[in-house]
Design a protein around this ligand. Structure first.
Ligand code: PRP
Length: 218
């Protein structure tokens, strides 16, 4: 039988995802030992085992929805932020609860009024689609989006932007940089997503997996 392929997000969500699959009883003994490589800081990206009908690979957060959309993976575990930003046509079937954080507009406290009534705000972000959707469609404000790839909190401090759109988990990064949450956009957590064709072709196996994961979440 062809193994089902699962794309996991490399980084913060990896361990929680593996632990959940393990609690759900989805991992064979061979797969458990293959995944031990992760503990040893291995650079391996694909994990398979002769006794498993499931294969895992680790991809960058923003790439997981792409792998699942094209069918390179049948299922994926991705943050809601990556899914909202990726705008892919996937089945989002389960909220996995871990990786909880919030998508926010943040900046210096002095920007609060400007943000409420102002137009032409400069918004720095790793999430241009989410930011545009929020400001233009939901708030009908005109904004200039400045795309960055990390440490976005630097932007308002250095004068590159007025505010940022980013995820906040503990709030530590904002606090340590004199910034604050100004508006909340959406709650974020890890989700299980399924490729549309796989959902039909592999219906039974995928339904079984969803059932096991759901039971482990209770
Ligand atoms: C994320 C996010 C914030 C920070 C929030 O960045 O973009 O910068 O974490 O976490 P906190 O509220 O717990 O401080 P990440 O660490 O992924 O790095 P990056 O900025 O380089 O993308």
């Amino acid at each position: 039988m062809k193994p089902l392929v699962a794309a996991l997000t490399k980084g913060r969500l990896t361990n929680d995802a593996i632990n959940l699959f393990s609690r759900a009883g989805i991992l064979s003994e061979g797969m458990k030992s293959a995944l031990d490589a992760l503990e040893k800081k291995s650079r391996r990206l694909i994990f398979s085992s002769a006794d498993s009908d499931l294969r895992f690979f680790l991809a960058k957060a923003s790439d997981v929805p792409t792998y699942v959309d094209y069918g390179a993976a049948d299922v994926g575990v991705a943050g809601k932020d990556a899914l909202m930003e990726g705008q892919r046509n996937l089945y989002e079937v389960l909220d996995l609860a871990f990786g909880a954080c919030t998508m926010v507009v943040a900046g210096p406290e002095e920007e609060r009024d400007h943000l409420k009534r102002g137009n032409n705000l400069r918004v720095a972000t790793k999430y241009p689609h989410i930011a545009l959707d929020y400001f233009v469609r939901r708030k009908q404000q005109t904004v200039e989006i400045i795309m960055l790839s990390g440490s976005v909190e630097l932007a308002p401090i250095t004068g590159l932007s007025d505010v940022i759109v980013d995820i906040v988990e503990t709030g530590g990064t904002l606090r340590e940089n004199g910034l604050t949450v100004l508006e909340e956009i959406a709650p974020i957590s890890a989700r299980l997503v399924i490729n549309r064709a796989s959902m039909k072709i592999e219906r039974e196996r995928i339904a079984g997996m969803i059932k096991q994961l759901k039971a482990a979440l209770r």
